[in-house]
Design a protein around this ligand. Structure first.
Ligand code: ACM
Length: 542
């Protein structure tokens, strides 16, 4: 038996000589509180293996437990997994830990355990004898998916949740609104999706490209779709954090309801959903009516998403229209906030209090630090580590997602044939050497690093295959960084990780993931002649 090449690498793993055979008689012995994982095992592993895993006990059974001892030692997301002559025991620190243990069991079964039907119906399955103990390094192991720039149909979102679960990622940051499309149904404001969820055409390539795709683009999730997504995620111990952008990245909303914009500075009635990319000048007007509108939106959002954190964006809000708008200038005086940065802060503070009053917490991009951050607010540090360091040292919680390291829209190789090359070269190995906690952070501040997140902005990813290409294989390296207790970057066994990837590529093949092959893009993954925006001279890792 070869090493099972577990990814993310567990805290400890031992593989004594021997194998356990699973066959049609193999029973599932699900202890109290383990029903969710039992259901998942039957549905997913049952489909792949053809084993029905009937209820039962006895020799060779797969036993599922959660125990206080495991929780004490490894936390609620930790687990112990044993495969020996007696059968399989997965003992979680809690239901989440048990589920992550079941994901490890799937890896032990081999790549064909990632298929949806058995290749050889009726065949037995071999599991290597194994003892694993494991727990995550971070509680926030996130993936942001931008479904505004390009809509991702619900079925594909569910597939991404499965892909996250297979890599023990547990926060799905759902970027639902932006200039290029509003994707969440709001009952009170139907035009947000009637008008705001589609555009007549799309820039084809980077914004400097002369090309257009004249296919109308759009789509949105009904509230029931979103409830389904949230429940599907919860079954996989993934929290969905919705993002509703204020006060910038709002052109789609303004196109639907022109009074949301700065009507005395620009003819907002002439705006349509934006069809190109970049930072957009059309931002929300700083009025009480706009606050009420977004409270109403968020009321419906809170009904759908139980997540403690709600993301309100707060990034890239140009101040030109507020400078040009007499009404915005009068507001600055009336509110006594000093200047346009004060208005931005006023927006964020309002929703920080509003969310806190409802038992939730605001999270926003690091620009929300400008003008002072409200108590309890957390920061997604994207413009490098700096915002995250400042926020953490000031006692705010932080999710580290620096664009220089973990923006998966950035190209993953310097070659000529990378499709629509954007940004820095960040290879699979580079991502494996990413360190979410920068050196020099005080111990106390480091405790405010909730975790880390990879962000997928989809301007140049027009379909699922393009998203797969950018996300994989790098999300695999990211998952190991987020989960495993890896040493400092220069001491990391990245070569060993790349060797384990040889097995993992076969898992991704079985899952049908259109990853970037190590040899480079296939012809149908290339986009010859399509302008990107490569940035030379990527900054160092930290
Ligand atoms: C961002 O990339 N503007 C958060």
């Amino acid at each position: 038996m070869t090493e099972p090449d577990l990814i993310p690498v567990p805290l400890t793993a031992d593989h004594p000589e021997g194998t356990l055979t699973l066959d049609a008689r193999t029973a599932l012995d699900a202890g109290p509180g383990t029903e969710g994982t039992a259901r998942w095992l039957r549905a997913v592993l049952g489909a792949a293996t053809g084993l029905s895993l009937p209820d039962g006990t006895g020799p060779g059974a797969i036993r599922l437990r959660t125990s206080p001892g495991t929780e004490e030692e490894y936390g609620p997301e930790g687990y112990r997994l044993t495969v020996d002559g007696d059968g399989v025991l997965i003992d979680g620190g809690g239901p989440a830990g048990l589920f992550w243990g079941a994901q490890t069991l799937r890896q032990l079964l081999g790549p064909d355990a990632y298929r949806r039907a058995p290749l050889r119906p009726g065949a037995d399955w071999e599991l290597p004898y194994t003892t694993v103990t494991d727990r995550p390094r971070f509680g926030w192991r996130g993936l942001l998916l931008d479904v505004s720039r390009h809509f991702m149909p619900k079925e594909d979102v569910l597939r991404y949740l499965d892909l996250m679960a297979a890599h023990k990622l547990n926060v799905f940051h759902f970027h639902l609104t932006d200039d290029q499309g509003w994707r969440v149904q709001i009952r009170r404001y139907p035009k947000l999706t009637e008008d705001g969820a589609w555009r007549a055409r799309s820039k084809w390539g980077h914004r400097a490209s002369p090309l257009w795709d004249d296919t109308p683009h759009g789509g949105y999730y009904t509230q029931d779709d979103l409830r389904e997504i949230v429940a599907y995620a919860a079954d996989r111990h993934i929290t969905v954090v919705p993002e509703i952008d204020i006060p910038g990245h709002s052109q789609a909303a303004i196109a639907a309801y022109p009074w949301l914009g700065n009507t005395d500075a620009v003819d907002t009635g002439a705006l349509t959903v934006w069809d190109t990319w970049g930072v957009n000048p059309n931002v929300l007007a700083p009025t009480e009516e706009v606050l009420r509108f977004y409270e109403h939106v968020l009321e419906e959002v809170l009904e759908i998403f139980p997540s403690t954190f709600v993301h309100v964006g707060g990034d890239e809000c140009p101040k030109d229209q507020w400078k040009a708008s007499p009404a915005a200038q009068a507001r600055i005086q009336e509110l006594g906030v000093g200047d346009e940065d004060g208005l931005q802060s006023w927006f964020i503070r309002h929703f920080d209090r509003w969310l806190a009053d409802r038992g939730r917490r605001l999270i926003g991009w690091d620009e929300i630090l400008e003008g002072g951050l409200a108590d309890g607010a957390a920061v997604s540090s994207w413009r490098g580590y700096g915002g995250g360091i400042a926020a953490a040292e000031a006692g705010h919680d932080v999710v580290m997602c620096p664009e220089q390291q973990v923006y998966l829209d950035h190209r993953q190789d310097g070659g000529e044939d990378e499709p629509v090359p954007i940004g820095f070269v960040r290879t699979l190995a580079d991502v494996h050497r990413f360190e979410p906690v920068p050196p020099g952070l005080s111990e106390e501040a480091a405790r405010h690093v909730l975790g880390t997140q990879a962000n997928v902005w989809t301007e140049v990813m027009e379909n699922r295959g393009r998203v797969d290409y950018q996300v994989f294989p790098r999300l695999v390296a990211f998952a190991e960084v987020a989960w495993s207790a890896l040493p400092a970057p220069d001491a990391r066994d990245t070569e060993g990780f790349l060797r384990r990837m040889e097995t993992h590529y076969r898992r991704l093949d079985a899952l049908g993931v259109a990853y970037r092959p190590p040899t480079g893009p296939t012809p149908w993954q290339r986009r010859p002649g399509l302008l990107g925006r490569p940035i030379e001279g990527a900054p160092p890792n930290v």
